[in-house]
Structure formats: structure tokens, C-alpha cells
Write a protein that binds this ligand. Sequence first.
Ligand code: ZN
Length: 211
Amino acid sequence: MTDNGDIRFYIVEEEYGWLSNFWRAGQRMPWPERFARVVLTDDLYVKTNEHWYQANKADDLSTFCWIAKAPHPYLAMQAGRVCLKPNQSTLRCLRPGWEQVKVDVMLAGLRAKFSQNPDIKAKLLATGEATIHEDSPSDAFWGGRSSLVCGCSRPNHAPHNTLGKLLMQVREELRMQQMRPSVWDDIFGEPPSKPSEPTYDYANGYGGADP
Ligand SMILES: [Zn+2]
């Protein structure tokens, strides 16, 4: 925390590392609608919110599963970046309309991460009204480091801090949920419980064979 009470996070090992998408909280997610028809299991377990976010870039189920089950969030991130590369003609794996849905995908993941893990839910609520900044050294869309200049057409070109803003939104939602649980059932679903990691089937992976 800085002098003015703002919270900055980036490195997982540091004080506020649990705010990072690389934090291994574990979370269960619904299968994306476009795959739900062909996947037999009820839900999907991911080790980190980074796995969830990056996997959603994939347009096909096998790439989605590959990223969602990557051994480390850094590998999930790298694989997600490959999906974005427009010039790799052999890798036509980016989901159409990704730019329009990516913030909603991130928000859904953050809601699951914090509502399903009581330890970090309590920590998030305990930050009160502090402003949260993702202190990425390079990303002016998700991050909010003040020295960064955003390249988009917004007039002041300040870093957007989209991830920090979503974390503050989830904090507020969780606070509201505690006060009036019934209002938030639609957003957060079942009462939170720490998800357990499913066992891995070495023949078929998590959740059975690909169709
Ligand atoms: Zn901008």
C-alpha cells in the first residue's frame, strides 16, 4: 500500500499478489455457452483466473481445454497470446468478437475467484474503499501504472486500470451480497465453497475425452 492508501499489485509473491490473475485460488466456471452442447461435465475447474481468461480467447474446444489446463498461468498467458497473432495463418484460433467480450469474461472470472474462496474474499472486503491499481509495467488497458500512456483514442490517454476497476466492482458486489444475499444470487449463484481440484485423467484430461 502506498502513502495515500492506494493498493498496487502485480507480482504474485508480494503483499497483494492474491489480487493477481496468476494467484492459484482455484475456481469453478460454467463452460462457455458455445461449448456447453458438446461437453458432458457440469463445470470447469481452472487453477487461476488467468487460465480462464486466456482460454476464452480460443475459438475451438481443444485449444480452449489446452489453455485452461496449462501447467502454469504464464504458459496459459503465452498460449492466449498466440491466439491473438493475426499473421499466423495456421493458427486461426481467436474467438470472433473477442475484443467485445473480454471485459465480461474477466469479470465473470473475478466474481468466481473471489466468491468461491473465502480467504481472499475476506481480504478483498478488508481493503475497504482503497483504490486498487494493477501495476503492470507495460499494459495500459488492464493496468493503471500512472507512468504509462495508453495508445487508444481516449483524449487524456491515461492508463485505463480496467483490472483494478473490475476488482473494485467485485468488492462492492460482494459487500452488497453480504448485506442482502438474495439480491445477488443471480450473479454469484450457490453459496461460496472452496473448490477442490478434480483428479486428472491421463487418457482424456479433465472432464473426459474431447468429442
Ligand atoms: Zn486508452
